[in-house]
Design a protein around this ligand. Structure first.
Ligand code: AMP
Ligand code: MG
Length: 399
């Protein structure tokens, strides 16, 4: 028996390099992993500029009390530049975003100004009011984004604000997926007695995509040794990671381990977790191999715990585990000491605190427990039964 954490350390130790980099257009880079630190080539904003529509003045020209009349010397729309310096007694009509001219340091909003012809009356304002300073967003030559982060909409905006039309990201790792089992049928096909529709391949496929992998879908393989061997060898040639579901228990038709032993290498780990069955971990050709359990909840959980960190490391991500949060148990929870248990939970904020309850029956075949839940409840090895009101860890599902 190994602990979840030892298992994770073992699989991660197998990953010694990560995917190569490619330059892609910024609009295509959402959710991709940045491959090199991004340095700002200049200050943003590049000049001091106005935060409002109004009048740029030198604060020395304003009174401490009462209004002051100044001469309006020009109008400056955003995008234009006033080439001269303001002289004493002068104001410049200025629009939001336009650069502050030399000798001006303050902008008075138009709402508080009174204008007649070329004269404007302005009330007192503190020096620097309504001026956005050069470099206040980003300072030239600093690293603004670090390699290994995942690009969100705001990062794409920041990259664009620095004038870059393209960005250097890691190539998506390729993940080959196949379902095993004579009883497993493709949705859309007729289902005969004794058969079930394949759900694992679709849940896993979406999980891989959500984690930034590029899926190679190899379909369903019946429990026929030669077919499985051929399909797995092909998968190992083309992918960075090969995932199967089903066929790793001890039944007569559980062929995955035999085939892997012939053509690659495989280890069976009894991981001290619930839900959990033996997890098959190995190599085939150049790929990392994971034989996940057939039961739908167990296969998604094993993916989350063991495949996702490997996929993220291959993808060049810095952070390999998501943040866990603390919540109060809203009901008692059964728990055996000596293993880590993962329950599907419903997390919500009630009466001033974050509370979590289970989704109901927790069998590893009950896929609807994943659907009803919005988080995993993670209960550590050394704990026993959890009483109402005790703290537990939760990992929210991402949508
Ligand atoms: P196995 O590990 O192959 O014995 O499968 C364990 C359980 O998971 C059995 O009830 C299978 O029918 C079920 N199962 C296996 N593969 C899939 C799949 N692709 N989709 C849904 N359930 C599956
Ligand atoms: Mg099977």
């Amino acid at each position: 028996m190994i602990s979840v954490q030892d298992g994770q350390n073992h699989v991660l130790a197998q990953v010694t390099s990560c995917a190569s980099a490619e330059l892609i257009a910024v609009p295509s880079a959402l959710h991709r992993v940045l491959a090199s630190d991004l340095r700002a080539p200049f200050d943003v904003p590049p000049t001091d500029n106005s935060a409002v529509d109004g009048y740029a003045v030198s604060s020395a020209d304003l009174r401490a009390e009462g209004v002051r009349a100044l001469e309006v010397v020009a109008e400056l729309p955003a995008g234009a530049v006033y080439e001269r310096a303001l002289e004493p007694g002068q104001a410049l009509r200025i629009m939001t975003g336009a650069p502050i001219p030399a000798a001006a340091d303050t902008v008075i909003p138009q709402e508080v100004a009174r204008r007649e012809g070329a004269t404007v009356w302005l009330p007192p304002h503190p020096k620097g009011a309504n001026v956005r300073m050069r470099g206040e967003d980003v300072t030239a030559d600093t690293v603004v984004l670090e390699a290994g982060i995942v690009l969100r909409p705001q990062e794409l905006g920041l990259i664009s604000s620095l004038g870059f039309p393209q960005v250097c990201v890691h190539v998506r790792p390729r993940v080959a997926l196949l379902s095993t089992g004579d009883e497993v049928v493709e949705p859309g096909q007729p289902r005969h007695a004794g058969q079930i529709y394949d759900s694992n391949r679709f849940a896993l496929r979406a999980s891989v995509e959500q984690c930034g992998g590029d899926v190679v879908d190899l379909g369903i393989v019946p429990d026929v040794r030669d077919e499985l061997r051929g399909r797995l060898l092909d998968a190992g040639e083309t992918a960075d990671i090969v995932i199967t579901s089903g066929g790793v228990s001890v039944g007569d038709h559980d062929l995955v381990k035999d085939v892997l032993q012939d053509v690659g290498g495989i280890d069976f780990w009894q991981v001290a977790m619930q839900p959990g069955r033996p997890l098959a971990v190995g190599r085939i050709a150049g790929a990392h191999f994971f034989g996940l359990p057939g039961n739908p909840v167990a296969s998604m959980l094993a993916f989350t715990l063991f495949v996702r960190p490997v996929l993220w490391k291959l993808a060049g991500r810095r952070r390999l585990f998501p943040e866990l949060f603390e919540a109060k148990a809203a009901e008692p929870m059964r728990k055996k000491t000596g293993r880590r248990e993962f329950k599907r939970g419903i997390l919500g904020y009630r009466e001033g605190r974050w509370e979590v309850r289970t989704t109901g029956p927790q069998g590893s075949g009950i896929l609807s427990s994943m659907v009803a839940g919005n988080c995993l409840i993670v209960i550590e090895e050394d704990r026993g039964d959890v009483a109402t009101g005790e703290s537990v860890w939760v990992e929210p599902f991402v949508s």
